[in-house]
Design a protein around this ligand. Structure first.
Ligand SMILES: Nc1nc2c(c(=O)[nH]1)N[C@H]1C(S)=C(S)[C@@H](COP(=O)(O)O)O[C@H]1N2
Ligand SMILES: [Mo]
Length: 319
């Protein structure tokens, strides 16, 4: 199975991901096994020095296929640190991510509070080059490092009655200035959720790194969701709680503006967002030199293999 993004139809040929990118994952795993760490991530996996020293960095395949790292780490949505795109890069360094634990509850056989080192023990990390499309109609191409969400959820022994999985971001106003704002458009803690079959799709990953390194705080350290066929806001950052439920859980942007952000929120170019068109997107960065890089948006963000999850649903209503 290949997880490399498919280029949109009218994409500039220089942006098409060359074949050696498909090899990246293999090289990535080889460098891990060369270090004697074949299939398990040691307890210290999240220590910056460890990941930095194990050769996780793939050679950049092409300058313009992958969004430059500096851009992906300085143009962010992370309202806990402010609503400007440059706020998170400026302010998220204050966040303490060690120690970190995740509380697992609800319809699971093994509820509890797990240290992140325990959650990652024995997990195979892989690189996935995914687009993330924001509902604001910009997109980036990011080499994430992570593992299938399904492998994580299954370790908690979900019960047959579980239908949804809900995620919660850290609530720590002392370190997250956006959570102290009286004028915030959203309520905290930030929450998101998926139907369990969406969560179990092999494309849905938990990311712990990007660009061969540990996730920077502004991108959701130490653990965030990446759901590549969905609008960016579904990809919740800095997760501290996972709960399995039988009822559809609330989600932050749906609570804030249910006419703009549906629970299902699939990337759907045929549905007009109340305030702007979803028919195209701006591939970032755009600059004086590479122009506006406006490309057509594709259904499911181009990841059509997820379509069967939504058979029979009206995706104009469930946008
Ligand atoms: N906790 C939390 N998670 C969040 C957000 C947020 O404000 N808070 N913003 C979302 C939105 S709108 C987008 S587009 C993506 C941006 O991820 P990136 O900054 O890594 O590109 O994160 C999503 N996850
Ligand atoms: Mo977004």
């Amino acid at each position: 199975m290949s997880f490399v993004i498919k280029p949109p139809v009218d994409i500039n040929p220089s942006e098409i991901t060359p074949e050696h990118v498909y090899q990246t994952r293999r090289r990535f795993m080889q460098s891990v096994s060369a270090a004697g760490l074949v299939s398990s991530v040691p307890a210290a996996a999240l220590h910056r020095g460890w990941m930095d020293s194990k050769g996780f960095t793939p050679a950049p395949p092409s300058e313009d296929a992958i969004t430059p790292r500096g851009y992906a780490t300085s143009f962010n949505n992370f309202y806990e640190f402010g609503t400007d795109k440059n706020d998170p890069a400026e302010l998220a360094s204050r966040l303490t991510t060690e120690p970190w634990s995740v509380e697992v509850s609800g319809l699971v056989g093994k509820p509890g509070t797990y240290d992140i080192e325990d959650l990652l023990a024995g997990v195979d990390l892989e690189e996935r080059i995914y687009r993330l499309r924001c509902v604001e109609a910009w997109s980036m191409v990011i080499p994430w490092i992570g593992f299938p969400l399904k492998t994580l959820i299954q370790r908690f022994n979900p019960l047959g009655s579980a239908k949804y999985v809900a995620f919660t971001t850290l609530y720590r106003p002392e370190e997250m200035p956006g959570q102290r704002s009286y004028f915030s458009s959203i309520k905290y803690p930030y929450v998101e959720a998926l139907r369990l079959d969406e969560a179990f799709h092999p494309l849905a990953i938990m990311a712990v790194g990007m660009y061969g390194k540990v996730l920077p705080n502004q991108n959701g350290a130490p653990l965030r969701l990446v759901v590549p066929w969905k609008y960016g806001f579904k990809s919740i950052k800095s997760i501290v709680r996972i709960e399995l439920t039988s009822k559809q859980p609330p989600t932050t942007w749906n609570l804030a503006a249910s006419n703009e952000y549906g629970f299902y929120a699939n990337v759907n170019p045929t549905v007009q967002h109340p305030r702007w068109s979803q028919a195209s997107e701006r591939r970032l960065p755009s600059s004086l030199f590479n122009g506006n890089r406006k490309i057509p948006t594709r259904m499911y963000n181009g990841y059509e293999e997820v379509a069967s999850l939504y058979t029979g649903m009206n995706l104009r209503l469930n946008y």
